[in-house]
Design a protein around this ligand. Structure first.
Ligand SMILES: C[C@](O)(CO)[C@H](O)COP(=O)(O)OP(=O)(O)OC[C@H]1O[C@@H](n2ccc(N)nc2=O)[C@H](O)[C@@H]1O
Ligand SMILES: Nc1ncnc2c1ncn2[C@@H]1O[C@H](COP(=O)(O)OP(=O)(O)OP(=O)(O)O)[C@@H](O)[C@H]1O
Length: 274
């Protein structure tokens, strides 16, 4: 059984407060975009190891047993005593990009295991498991435009379609640690709440839909801010860093042409349609 875990972008991201447990309350809109990994599972005849993980494509830092797909398997294995599986993971989504690639793999792994082994878990139950694997992991269960608050885990579906818009995502070869990015933030209430800004036309978002991480991440990594500036220069209706970086996306109005590429070498670049 095969699935194609996709990314999310953050449309606006306000960090509104720090909690006693060290995590931060935030407000954001998650929007799914079809930049995808490929993830396949098969029941394995292996008796010694419960998981055999084969990885292809872009490298991921860390040990295979720390891979979030392995953690997702262990989570359900504890409860359902699953048969051994062979996993094939083709990484196309860059890591440390603020695109939620690892979280998406984990959420799709839960969905695949649920289907393959007929565990009969509801979407709501899958979301509860997913939330234990990463702050934004549960989003990928329903995988629809969502307003998120709390630590990024309290969801309300929203009616938002960017259908027809084109997207360009650029990620420089810079790694931003999510934990470190949060530690450099001074939480505050936004002037224009994300929930209201998102209701305005996309052409107005430039001035009202803010990602709070940009103010702390751009000075440390000027190349990221430079990419955002270039996306606007090249005609984006709206451009923003996603999550805690380091990728930046530009939304281009239907019928306009996307820029060829970024001049910098050593950048990851994705172009697609929403
Ligand atoms: C910034 C976002 O990309 C927005 O979509 C996500 O909230 C990040 O989600 P994520 O990568 O799944 O984050 P996790 O792996 O759960 O957390 C990494 C680290 O970020 C910090 N963290 C994360 C989420 C949150 N609401 N407050 C935090 O302070 C914590 O120090 C945590 O140890
Ligand atoms: N399947 C996986 N794919 C990518 N990274 C993984 C995976 N499993 C574990 N990781 C670890 O998670 C770290 C963060 O990866 P991820 O792609 O989720 O980052 P991100 O794009 O910054 O996500 P987010 O928006 O959730 O902060 C990686 O550095 C890697 O060590």
């Amino acid at each position: 059984m095969i699935a194609f875990p996709n990314i999310k972008i953050n449309l606006g991201l306000s960090i509104t407060g720090k909690r006693p447990d060290g995590y931060h309350n935030l407000e954001t809109v998650f929007y799914p975009v079809a930049l995808e990994d490929a993830l396949e599972i098969r029941t394995s005849s292996e008796t010694e190891n419960k998981i055999t993980l084969h990885q292809y494509g872009m490298e991921i830092a860390g040990n295979p047993e720390d891979n979030l797909v392995a953690k997702a398997y262990s989570l359900l294995d504890k409860e359902f005593h699953l048969p051994p599986v062979e996993i094939h993971l083709y990484k196309h989504i860059p890591s440390g990009a603020g695109l939620g690639g690892g979280s998406s793999d984990a959420a799709f792994m839960l969905k695949l295991l649920n289907d393959h082994f007929q565990l009969e878990l509801s979407e709501e139950q899958l979301e509860v498991y997913a939330a234990t694997l990463g702050a934004d992991c549960a989003f990928f269960i329903k995988n629809k435009p969502t307003y998120a608050e709390g630590i990024g885990n309290l969801f309300s579906p929203i009616e938002l379609s960017l259908s027809g818009y084109q997207i360009m995502i650029v990620k420089p070869n810079v790694f931003v640690s999510t934990r470190e990015a949060f530690s450099n933030i001074h939480p505050h209430r936004p002037e224009y709440p994300v929930k209201e800004a998102i209701l305005r036309p996309v052409a107005e978002w430039k001035d009202i839909l803010i990602n709070d991480f940009e103010a702390s991440v751009f000075p440390q990594h000027p190349v990221i801010g430079e990419i955002k500036r270039k996306l606007y220069h090249q005609g984006a209706t709206y451009a923003s860093m996603s999550g805690s970086g380091s990728s930046v996306f530009g939304l281009f109005a239907p019928g306009t042409s996307l820029p060829e590429t970024m001049e910098e070498s050593d950048v990851f670049c994705f172009k697609g349609k929403l």
